[in-house]
Write a protein that binds this ligand. Structure first.
Ligand code: NAP
Ligand code: ZN
Ligand code: ZN
Length: 350
């Protein structure tokens, strides 16, 4: 099926209108008309070639909300007309120990999980194309049910990456009542981290480099806000956190945050900067039996659990709607931390 899409033809060319080929839906496939697509910093890292291994043309977008247009003969979970979501994955081996434990994102099959964009395909010159497009065809296992009300659909799109990427570590490290949780970087991921940690019952501290985000971070649900460039404000939280979730998309000093962990506390990194962080000093980690950890998106079952939790609690992203044609401007603003707090593309503008 010939499908309209917005693609970067190389790391140095702006995204532009193109036509891509989508497969005809197979027996297990769901064909989806895309209504909204969130703009993740990973889209920018990819389209501008900041990460190794990007294949061009690149069609980013992995925060997809759409309407089912048709389903294959063996599809049981969806029917035409359903509102559905697609996140960062569209495939995995489905038989390794990770896949068997609903951890498709950590698939140990020969190719790992199949990314919604820049993912593996069956021949080396193929690529997967993401949500900056009119339609997509996805195996039903990787399609999510969306239970938010109609008026919230655009704002629900970022849950498919920003939501699950913060939810999964918050759950894994037991964020909840009695726990002090920090969220570093109040961007797309970070603002969802604050909302979700608060909804889970934790005491939430937002860390930002942008003093003008102080009020907004409180409104998002943070109990306290720390401007991380202010050494005094930072020092007041020494030795006190159970968990700090670091969503920053740029290289920075991790010692500033490991020093705020209490005994057995964990600094979990989800941001993937273009260049490495300076090596953390080990002394503070050893003397507090502290951990520095990482976490990758979340599994499909866990994504559905998060979506249902958000629908039930009325949680969505704070979004700014954009036209498809404004994507490069949106990327430039994202680099200046000038997003409140997620751009979402109205795909009707494609
Ligand atoms: P974003 O919307 O651009 O937010 C990043 C935030 O980090 C900014 O808003 C800013 O917040 C802070 N920041 C930016 N530059 C900084 C600097 N030089 N020093 C300190 N803080 C800085 O990005 P996002 O979409 O949330 O994505 C964040 C990162 O997570 C990206 O690297 C992305 O690729 C990665 N990611 C990882 C996963 C995963 O599974 N692990 C999934 C999705 C995305 P303040 O203004 O508050 O300081
Ligand atoms: Zn993402
Ligand atoms: Zn697998």
């Amino acid at each position: 099926m010939q499908t309209k899409a917005y693609a970067a033809q190389s790391s140095s060319t702006p995204l532009a209108l193109t036509t891509i080929e989508r497969r005809e839906p197979g027996a297990k496939d769901v064909a989806i008309e895309i209504l909204y697509c969130g703009v993740c910093h990973s889209d920018l890292h990819t389209a501008r070639g900041e990460w190794a291994g990007v294949r061009f043309p690149s069609v980013p977008g992995h925060e997809i909300i759409g309407r089912v247009t048709s389903v294959g003969g063996d599809v049981s979970k969806f029917k035409a007309g359903d509102i559905v979501g697609v996140g960062c994955m569209v495939g995995s081996c489905r038989e390794c120990s990770s896949c068997n434990h609903d951890l498709e994102q950590y698939c140990r099959g020969p190719n790992g999980f199949q990314g919604t964009y820049n993912g593996w395909a069956h021949s080396s010159d193929e690529n997967t194309y993401g949500g900056y497009s009119a339609a997509i065809v996805v195996d039903e296992h990787f399609v999510l049910q969306i239970r938010h009300q109609e008026s919230d659909l655009a704002a629900a799109a970022p849950l498919l990456c920003a939501g699950i990427t913060t939810w999964s570590p918050l759950r894994h490290w037991n964020a909840g009542p009695g726990k002090k949780v920090g969220v570093v970087g109040i961007g797309g991921l970070g603002h969802m981290g604050v909302k979700l940690a608060r909804a889970l019952g934790a005491h939430v501290v937002a860390f930002t480099t942008s003093p003008d985000k102080r009020e907004a971070a409180l409104a998002l649900g943070a109990h306290e806000v720390v401007v991380s460039k202010n050494a005094q404000e930072m020092a007041a939280h020494t030795d006190s956190f159970d968990l700090i979730l670091d969503t920053v998309a740029a290289s920075h000093n991790l010692d500033a945050f490991t020093s705020l962990l209490k005994l057995d506390g964990t600094l979990t990194l989800v941001g993937v900067p273009e260049t490495p962080h300076p090596s953390p000093s080990v002394g503070g980690i050893i003397f507090g039996r502290k951990s520095i950890a990482g976490s990758l998106i979340g599994g499909i079952a866990e994504t559905q659990e998060m979506l249902d939790f958000c629908a039930e609690h009325g949680i969505v992203s704070d979004v700014e709607m954009i036209k498809m044609q404004d994507i490069d401007n949106a990327y430039d603003r994202m680099l200046k931390s000038d997003v409140k707090y997620r751009f979402v593309i109205d795909m009707a503008t494609l």
